[in-house]
Design a protein around this ligand. Structure first.
Ligand code: ADP
Length: 267
C-alpha cells in the first residue's frame, strides 16, 4: 500500500527552544522555497528544529537517515514484485515532492555522491525529479521543500559535500546552546530541577573544552537529556553521568578519568 501522506503530519507542537533568529529565517527561506542546510554537531537540536518548523508551517515531514549503502532508488522509488505483477512504489523523496512535504535528509554526507546528485534537479529552479526507471518527470508540488543536515566537524575531506551540491542550499548554523538556554532545555525535556540541569550543563562545558584535545565531539544536548532522564528516574547522578555522558563519548581510559573527574566536581 502506498504511504499515506497524512501519516507524516506532526500532530502536536514539538518543544523547540529557539536560540537565535533561526525560526524567522527559516520561515523566510520556506516562503521562497529555498532548500536549506542545517549545519552543526550531532545532538544539538537540528532534527527537533525541523519537526517544529514542519508543525509551524503545517507541512508533512518526511525524514530519511542517510547512510553509505543508500542508493538513488531508496530515495526516489522502485518497482516491487507482488502477486499481481510489478508495481511502482514512490521513495520518500518522490512522496515528499508529489505531495508538498518537507523532506529532511539527515546526515546527507553519509550518502554516496551518485545518490546525492538525484536531489540536484529538485534544488534549482526546475524543481523536478526524474524517475528514470519509470520514465516519469515529477514536478515538485508548490509546497515541497528539501532540508539536509550536515556535521561539518566530523567528516574527512574525502567525505565532504561537493560545492555543486552545497551551493544549492541556504544554511543555518547550529551549535550547543548557551548554558542558560541548555539548562532550560534539559529541565523541560527531563523534568529534573534547574540545579541538576545546571550541573549537567557544567559537565558538558568541561567536556566541550576537550574537543580537539583527545575528544572528537563534545557532550551533546541529547546526551544531557539522556543523563537527566536517568537521574529523574532515580539513578544516582554519578552513575547516570558515567553511563549517558562519559562512556558513550570515549574509549580512552585517560580521557574517561578526566571526564569522570569533571562529573565528580559537580555531583
Ligand atoms: P540533531 O538532529 O542535531 O542530531 P536533535 O534535534 O535530535 O539533534 O536533538 C537531540 C535532543 O536534544 C532533542 O531530542 C531535544 O531533547 C534536545 N534539544 C536540543 N536542542 C534543543 C532545542 N533548541 N529545543 C528543544 N530541544 C532541544
Amino acid at each position: 500500500m502506498q504511504d499515506d501522506i497524512r501519516d507524516y503530519r506532526i500532530p502536536e507542537e514539538p518543544y523547540y527552544r529557539a536560540v537565535g533568529e533561526e525560526v524567522e529565517l527559516y520561515e523566510a527561506a520556506y516562503a521562497v522555497r529555498m532548500p536549506m542546510m542545517l549545519k552543526g554537531p550531532t545532538g544539538c537540536g537540528k532534527t527537533r528544529f525541523v519537526e517544529y518548523m514542519a508543525w509551524k508551517l503545517d507541512r508533512p515531514l518526511i525524514t530519511v537517515a542517510c547512510n553509505e549503502d543508500m542508493t538513488a532508488s531508496d530515495l526516489v522509488g522502485r518497482y516491487l514484485l507482488d502477486a499481481d505483477g510489478t508495481r511502482w512504489q514512490d521513495g520518500p523523496l518522490t512522496l515528499a515532492a508529489r505531495h508538498g512535504a518537507i523532506c529532511y535528509l539527515d546526515e546527507v554526507v553519509e550518502a554516496r555522491q551518485d545518490t546525492v546528485v538525484v536531489i540536484h534537479p529538485l534544488t534549482d529552479n526546475r524543481r523536478v525529479l526524474p524517475l528514470e526507471k519509470k520514465g516519469e518527470l515529477v514536478k515538485a508540488h508548490a509546497d515541497f521543500q528539501l532540508v539536509i543536515s550536515y556535521n561539518p566537524g566530523y567528516q574527512s575531506l574525502m567525505k565532504d559535500l561537493k560545492q555543486s551540491t552545497k551551493q544549492r542550499f541556504g544554511a543555518l548554523d547550529f551549535g550547543y546552546p548557551e548554558a542558560e538556554v541548555e539548562r532550560e532545555i534539559v529541565t523541560h525535556e527531563t523534568g529534573v530541577d534547574g540545579d541538576t540541569a545546571g550541573k549537567l550543563v557544567s559537565v558538558a562545558e568541561r567536556a566541550r573544552n576537550l574537543k580537539g584535545h583527545g575528544l572528537d565531539e563534545g557532550i551533546s544536548t541529547r546526551m544531557l537529556v539522556h543523563a537527566g532522564s536517568l537521574i529523574q528516574r532515580g539513578v544516582p547522578p554519578l552513575a547516570a553521568c558515567r553511563m549517558a555522558l562519559v562512556r558513550p563519548l570515549t574509549d580512552d581510559p585517560d580521557m574517561r578519568d578526566a571526564l569522570d573527574a569533571a562529573v565528580t566536581t559537580f555531583f
